[in-house]
Each structure stands twice: as structure tokens, then as C-alpha cells.
Design a protein around this ligand. Structure first.
Ligand code: FES
Ligand code: FES
Length: 848
């Protein structure tokens, strides 16, 4: 480029007046000018002694710092101004470079000045864009013209990064990563979130590598949250904040791994927020990873969350079955472990977790086979899976318990947090509170807070009630049917299933609609509801933990009928046979729920109108994970009965020869039958006449014995006994207090045991004898009633019937109960008038 005479004159004058600016080779550099101009014109005009100083200083510096470091840090990228007698001005292209030179070379620069005979000088660092390395400086020497340059290698895509496998569970994230690595327009910031072992860090590294290899001149910084935090803290303490910010903000792509570790570090989060703002203003891309979605990073400030919300969050789901299988094969190959395809299948089906857990299991199997010379048999694989699942299963929280309980009871979580006192709300609430106390570290009040801000005493009361039921061997299924919680005292049998040992699933084939009666059967009303609704109610009220309904693609009516239930819907192609339908359900479960070896699955068609939750529960109760077998109800000749199979049978279904149906499986398997009682016996309906026979009112006739008298009541089976006593039998002495089994106002005696009638269903007292306050006195008052009068144990009197009945129940069991025993027994009967002293005195009097 040519310069005008005037410009050359200005340059000359400038150089003459200010001395020279030379690079480390002694070649002069000038701000704002091109390299050639400065070389040609300015060097020619430099005073000889200045040029000597520059050359001497350059060669001395090379000796002092060493050839290698000189080349890396100074050559072609740093300028020196020696024109002042007491200061050496060092120019570098960025703040970051100046900071580095100051930190690492200040002493050596001073030493070089002294060694070059320039005296002791102070060192000043200045940023000068003109001395930033230009692309031309960075280029390697050109290849000889005749030598053909090798064809540029296509940079790898993130999804092709070594070891990164793509499946449905991470496809979206992998595609987005490719977009960012290619430098194509993408939303920013991107948050890739998912559990540990889903490949977030792997993908982040692949994005960084892909971006670097495509855009060599752009700056990429990849940090862990810990590096970001410690870098920021060090920068604050070392007063190098500008350098830290230059590093994080002067980039084209910033990647930070595991930002959830920043939660609670307020200053660091603020720094991250400002960094995001700066990068957004510059149009730079940001990719972050987290173990939870942005919505769950609640402890971040609203501003930062809104910054994250402006971009896009993509979940990386835990590996699905196919990805797990490929990971297992890869890890096994890497570790030299020989695994049979069956073992791979078992691990992929049974192991909970991601890549880390898979690697752990493969390592364990490899180690035991090498060290102990053991075969990798099915048992060994099962053991390794169980060990790993036990270690890696995350601890449960109150929220998860609420969701699990609500899904079993078929209610929204809002119901158990609401003020509702119906049985359908109180039972799941009570159970969820009890489980929360048992399986989490939460305090009483914390649990109460999460159940609609209830007080700690409400939680204590609910837990006590559950403990009573368990302590007295009441039948309680953690994942079980509703009425089992409030079972009648007379029939107390405990089957509290250990939660982790065995899970049960249902696969409901509803792919099409049966037309056996000439009309589409699934949509016929049965007892006022379509058949499928009836069946789904039975499934969801049973102990089955997860229900998968298999429908055909395009079966919108069936799908919409499923929407009201907490069930999953899997799809099959049109015209499937029963086996194809079951296989679709199995595939769905394998890919979403990851059953383990101990689990079991049931199947029964959705058009089975007489399916009852009792029948399902009977089957589930019969299952023994340690001795798995196929279980069918006794009347096995009928169609459509639920059949329970060990999870291992899923493999057998998939490997049935073509053309063979599920029946063949039952002929080969070890089948056990169990008897079922009349109501639970499933009946098939094939004709309109069958159907009419079955369509009966939902109410039942109940015969109950109250105060020695038998009454016939027609009502629904789960109606509270309290309502029947008060409304149907007119026995209003028993009071309604809380309706949740907490205040004791509704206490009656059932077979002589004090029981809360508000949470006892009429069905549960079918064979029992009920006593209410009306039946207590004969010709004379009962001694407890008399004692209450003597001791003035009544103020408003509302709680008294319940107090009396509870006291009577206690004294029948312990006629000479001590004061401590009285206090303990009466603890759950509340008196809003706080007349406790007189109440206690009355009961003590009755013991004499
Ligand atoms: S009404 Fe309160 S315990 Fe029954
Ligand atoms: S006497 Fe009033 S509630 Fe007990």
C-alpha cells in the first residue's frame, strides 16, 4: 500500500521525537501502520544508538527467558519501547496478554534491561492492538508451491465424538451440539441438562473440539463450574479480575459444565450473569450443563433464570434400552470382558442409571471373572446389577413420595395438599406423610409445609395413625389398594412390602376395539362407564405400580379415554395380534421404566369388565421374587384373565418362534394357579345378555351390627361408617370433627377396639360389632359416663362421645390403667375446650 508524502513525513517526525518501537527481534513496530511501512520507512530513520539498544535488549531477553519461552511469549507478539531512560514500555495485544506478561516475566524483563546495559528500569505494560499477532504471523511457513496441500479433513461432529453414542434419549441434544459446533445460528445460552452419566460433559467437550477445529481463529473457553468459581475467587483476591473477565468474556464460545454446583454461591452467580450479558451483547454462544432443568435451579436469582430462559434447555434423558446395550458392549470391549448377548440384555433391562453405573457393572463382572475365575452367569450378572442399583438409587424426597402415592391412588398431588377431608384425599395424604417421615430426613414441620402448610401436630397425628395400623398388624400396602390402609381391626394382617425388592407393572392390550357383541366393546358403558375406564380404575386402584395401555396409532378415542388416568400409552402399528401388542408394551417399559430382574408384569385385555383391583392385588401378593413363576387365577380356562409373569419372561416373549402366541409361553413356563373368591372372579362377557347380567348398580347391600342390632344398609362400599351411623341410622351421638382420623371425635368401638369411624368404610365392618355412645348406658349410666359427670369433664361437650368411647375401649383392655397409660391412650382425642385435666381425672376415677 502506498503512503502519501505527508503521511510518511508525519511518521518520520513521530519516530524521531518518540524513539523507536521495536519487536523482540529488533524490528520496529508502529501502532496503526502496516508492518511493511514501518519496516521500510521508519527503520531507515532510526537513530543508530537506539537501534543498537533494541537489538541488544532483544538478544539479552532471549537469553534470559530461554529460546522456547521467548518464541512462545514474545516473538512477533510483543513490542518494546526503550525511548525513555527509566521505563521500559511493553506492548501486547490484549489485557490478558499484558496480565500474563506482568505475572510471569516482569522480573526477567528488568533483569534483561540491566544485562543489556540499559540500567534499572521500571516496566510498564500497555495494550496495543497493533502488536496483536496477525493471522499472517501465526501462519506456518508456506509449503512449497508444487507440493499439493492435503485435502482438509472434515472436523468431527459432536455426535461422532469418540465414545459418544446417539439414541432417542440424546438425539435432540446431539443435533443441537452439531449446530453450535458448526457455528450455525443457534439460541444462546443453551442448557443441556440431565442426570449424571447421560453424557453431558462428553457432549460439551465434543462441542468445544468441533468448534475449535472448524473455527481456528475464534476463541473457545471450556470450564467446569468449579474452575469458574475458583478462577473468579482467585481473581478477586489477586486483583486480576480484568484478566479473568477477559478470559471468559472475550470469547466466541463459552462452555461451563455442571452449573448446579454454583447454587448458593451468590457472587459467582452474579459474575456468571454479567458474563452471559456481555457475551449476549457480543453475539457469542454459551453452552451450560446442569443436572436439573433451569426451572429446578430455583436458588438462582430471577434475573439469571430469565437469562437462561431466553435460550433453550434440552434434556438428555437417561440412556434407553438400545443405548444401554451399545454402551455395555463398548465398555465390555474396552475392558476385555466377554459378555454373552443375553447378559447384555439383562444388564440393559435391569440396571438403573447411566454410563457410570454401566461401566461399574462391567468392571465388577470383569474383575470377579478374572480374579476369582468365575463364569459370568446370569446369577452373577443379577447380583452385580442389584449391588449397583442399591448403591446408585437416589434417595427419595417428599415430592417424589407425594407423586408416587398420588399416582397409585389416582389423584392429583393438589388433592393431598388441599383442605379436602374426603376419604379419597385423607388416605393418600396420611400415607404420604408417613412415608415422608420414614424415608426422608424432613422434620415434622417441613413435611407439614409440603402438605398445604399443615401444622406439625397434624403430621404427627397422621403418622401415629399409620403406626397404629402397622403396630396392630393392619393390612397396609405401600403401593397398594386404598381400603387396605383403614382396614377393620378384626382382620389385621400385615403385608408391608419392602419397596425396593419388587415392582409390578401392567401391560394392558387395548390396541383395537373388540366387536364381539356386534358393537365396539371398549366403548360400551358398563355400570355407567366405558369398559376401558372400568378396567383402568381397577388397575390403578391395585398394587400395580405402573400401567401401560397399548393402543394403535391413530386410536384417538382410546387415547383420550386414557387421559383421565395415571397410565402410560404405548403405540403399535395397525392390526397387531396379541403378541405384538404385548411386545410393544414390553418395549415401552424397557425403554422408560427399566425393570429389574426381580420385577413382574401383568397383562389382561382392557375389555375385561369384571377385572377387580382385588384380583390384581391377589396376584401381586402371590408373587415371590426369589422364586419367580407365572401366576394365573384358578379359573384359567377363561379368556382375558390377568396373568402375572416374572420380568425375565419378557425375553422369552421376544424370542418366541414366529407364529407362536403367548399360550406357548404358558405351556413352557412354570405356571402356578391361585384361588380367587366370588367377587374377584373374573367373568368374560361375550353377549349382550352377559352384559346385562353384569351391569348392576354400583351400590351394595351391607349388613352391619350396631349396638347389638343388625341393620341392612344399601350404600357404596367405601362410604365412611360415621356417615352411615349419623345419616342412615340416625345415631348422631358420634360426632364429625376433622374427617381425617386426627381428632378422635368420631371414635366408636369395633369389636371392642376404639376406632375412628370417619376413616373406616362401611364395608370393613361387615362382620364386626359396632358400639356407639348411644349403646353404652343400660338402666344406669356407664361408669365412665358417670365419672365424666362427677369430674365435670365436659365444657361444650362436643368431644365427649369420642373421649368416652376411647376411655371405655382402654378400660376394657386395662381396667386399672395407670395415669401414664391413660395419657398415652387418650393422646389422640382432642378437646378444643382444653379440659384435659378433668378428662384425666374422670378416667382415673373410672379405674377405681
Ligand atoms: S372426625 Fe376427627 S377423627 Fe374422626
Ligand atoms: S369439651 Fe368442648 S371440645 Fe371437649
Amino acid at each position: 500500500m502506498g503512503l502519501t508524502a505527508n503521511t510518511r513525513d508525519c511518521l518520520r517526525r513521530f519516530l524521531t521525537s518518540r524513539g523507536s518501537i521495536a519487536d523482540t527481534n529488533g524490528k520496529p513496530l508502529r501502532p496503526g501502520g502496516t508492518q511493511e511501512v514501518v519496516k521500510d520507512d521508519a527503520a531507515a530513520e532510526m537513530p543508530q544508538e537506539d537501534a543498537d539498544d533494541d537489538r541488544r535488549f532483544a538478544s539479552t531477553l532471549r537469553n534470559v527467558v530461554g529460546e522456547k519461552r521467548h518464541k512462545a511469549w514474545f516473538e512477533g507478539r510483543v513490542g518494546f519501547d526503550l525511548s525513555s531512560n527509566d521505563t521500559l514500555v511493553v506492548s501486547a495485544g490484549s489485557t490478558l496478554e499484558c496480565d500474563c506478561l506482568r505475572k510471569h516475566f516482569k522480573a526477567e524483563l528488568k533483569q534483561a534491561c540491566r544485562a543489556a546495559g540499559l540500567g534499572a528500569r521500571s516496566i510498564e505494560f500497555v495494550v496495543d492492538a497493533a502488536v496483536a499477532p496477525t493471522p499472517a504471523r501465526q501462519d506456518r511457513p508456506a509449503e512449497p508451491a508444487l507440493k499439493a496441500a492435503p485435502a482438509p479433513k472434515a472436523p468431527p461432529k459432536p455426535s461422532e465424538a469418540p465414545g459418544f453414542l446417539v439414541s432417542d434419549s440424546n438425539r435432540e441434544a446431539a443435533k443441537l451440539a452439531e449446530l453450535i459446533a458448526a457455528g450455525s445460528p443457534a439460541p444462546s445460552p443453551v442448557v443441556l441438562w440431565g442426570r449424571g452419566g447421560t453424557g453431558k460433559t462428553h457432549l460439551l467437550r465434543a462441542i468445544a473440539d468441533g468448534f475449535r477445529s472448524r473455527h481456528r481463529r475464534k476463541r473457545v473457553v471450556r470450564l467446569t463450574a468449579e474452575e469458574f468459581t475458583s478462577g473468579f475467587v482467585e481473581a478477586v483476591h489477586g486483583r486480576t479480575l480484568a484478566s479473568f473477565r477477559g478470559r471468559c468474556r472475550g470469547v466466541d464460545l463459552l462452555l461451563i459444565d455442571d452449573i448446579h454446583f454454583l447454587l448458593g454461591k451468590q457472587k459467582t452467580l452474579e459474575e456468571l450473569q454479567y458474563t452471559l450479558d456481555t457475551l449476549a451483547a457480543q453475539g457469542a454462544d454459551v453452552v451450560l450443563t446442569s443436572d436439573r432443568s433451569p426451572a429446578e435451579l430455583r436458588r438462582m436469582s430471577g434475573e439469571l433464570l430469565s437469562r437462561l430462559g431466553a435460550g433453550v434447555a434440552v434434556e438428555i434423558a437417561p440412556p434407553d434400552h438400545s443405548l444401554k446395550s451399545r454402551l455395555i458392549e463398548r465398555f465390555a470391549q474396552q475392558s476385555g470382558v466377554r459378555l454373552e448377548p443375553a447378559a447384555v440384555r439383562i444388564i440393559a433391562s435391569g440396571l438403573i442409571g447411566g454410563a457410570w453405573e454401566i461401566r461399574g457393572v462391567v468392571n465388577k463382572l470383569g474383575l470377579s471373572s478374572r480374579l476369582l475365575d468365575l463364569d459370568i452367569c446370569e446369577k452373577a450378572v443379577g447380583r452385580a446389577i442389584d449391588d449397583m442399583n442399591r448403591v446408585s438409587t437416589p434417595s427419595v424426597g417428599v415430592k417424589q413420595i407425594q407423586e408416587a402415592v398420588c399416582s397409585v391412588f389416582g389423584v392429583e398431588t393438589g388433592v393431598i395438599k388441599s383442605k379436602r377431608r374426603t376419604k379419597s384425599a385423607t388416605e393418600p395424604r396420611m400415607l404420604a406423610m408417613w412415608l415422608s417421615r420414614k424415608y426422608t430426613q424432613s422434620a415434622w414441620s417441613e413435611i407439614g409445609d409440603q402438605f398445604g402448610n399443615r401444622s406439625h401436630s397434624t403430621v404427627i397425628s397422621a403418622c401415629r395413625r399409620m403406626d397404629e395400623l402397622l403396630g396392630s398388624e393392619a393390612s397396609v400396602h405401600v403401593a397398594g389398594r386404598r381400603r387396605a390402609i383403614c382396614s377393620r381391626p378384626a382382620s389385621r394382617s400385615v403385608t408391608l412390602r419392602p419397596m425396593a425388592s419388587f415392582r409390578s407393572f401392567a401391560i394392558v392390550p387395548a390396541a383395537g376395539r373388540s366387536c364381539r357383541m356386534g358393537r365396539q366393546k371398549l366403548l360400551l358403558p358398563f355400570a355407567g362407564r366405558p369398559l376401558i375406564e372400568h378396567t383402568l380404575q381397577a388397575w390403578t386402584a391395585s398394587a400395580v405400580e405402573r400401567v401401560v395401555v397399548v393402543v394403535r396409532h391413530g386410536e384417538s378415542t382410546l387415547r383420550s379415554l386414557c387421559e383421565d388416568f395415571p397410565v402410560d400409552v404405548a403405540c403399535v402399528e395397525s392390526s397387531p395380534d396379541m403378541r405384538a401388542t404385548i411386545e410393544a408394551g414390553l418395549d415401552f417399559l424397557q425403554s422408560t421404566w427399566q425393570p429389574s430382574n426381580h420385577d413382574a408384569w401383568l397383562t389382561a385385555p382392557a375389555d375385561l369388565p369384571t377385572l377387580s383391583s382385588g384380583l390384581v392385588n391377589t396376584l401381586v401378593d402371590a408373587y415371590e421374587p426369589k422364586d419367580p413363576a407365572v401366576w394365573v387365577p384358578e379359573s384359567s380356562g377363561r379368556r382375558g384373565h390377568p396373568v402375572l409373569l416374572p420380568w425375565a419372561a419378557a425375553d422369552s416373549v421376544q424370542s418366541l418362534p414366529s407364529g407362536a402366541g403367548l399360550d406357548q409361553l404358558l405351556t413352557e413356563a412354570e405356571v402356578r394357579t391361585l384361588s380367587v373368591s366370588g367377587d374377584d372372579l373374573p367373568r368374560d362377557i361375550d353377549t349382550p345378555e352377559d352384559y346385562r347380567q353384569l351391569e348392576k348398580p354400583m351400590t351394595d347391600r351391607h349388613s352391619i351390627k350396631v349396638n347389638g342390632q343388625t341393620h341392612a344398609v344399601t350404600t357404596s362400599s367405601d362410604r365412611p361408617l360415621l356417615d352411615v351411623l349419623r345419616e342412615d341410622l340416625g345415631l348422631t351421638g358420634t360426632k364429625y370433627g376433622c374427617g381425617e382420623g386426627e381428632c378422635g371425635a368420631c371414635t366408636v368401638l369395633i369389636d371392642g377396639v376404639a376406632t375412628r369411624s370417619c376413616i373406616t368404610s362401611v364395608e370393613e365392618v361387615a362382620d364386626a360389632s359396632v358400639e356407639t355412645i348411644e349403646g353404652l348406658a343400660g338402666d344406669e349410666l356407664h361408669p365412665v359416663q358417670q365419672a365424666f359427670i362427677d369430674q365435670r369433664a365436659m365444657q361444650c361437650g362436643y368431644c365427649v362421645p369420642g373421649q368416652v368411647m376411647n376411655a371405655v375401649g382402654l378400660l376394657r383392655e386395662k381396667p386399672h390403667a395407670t395415669e401414664a397409660e391413660i395419657v398415652e391412650a387418650m393422646n389422640g382425642n382432642l378437646c378444643r375446650c382444653c379440659n384435659y385435666r378433668n378428662l384425666r381425672a374422670a378416667i382415673l376415677q373410672a379405674t377405681r
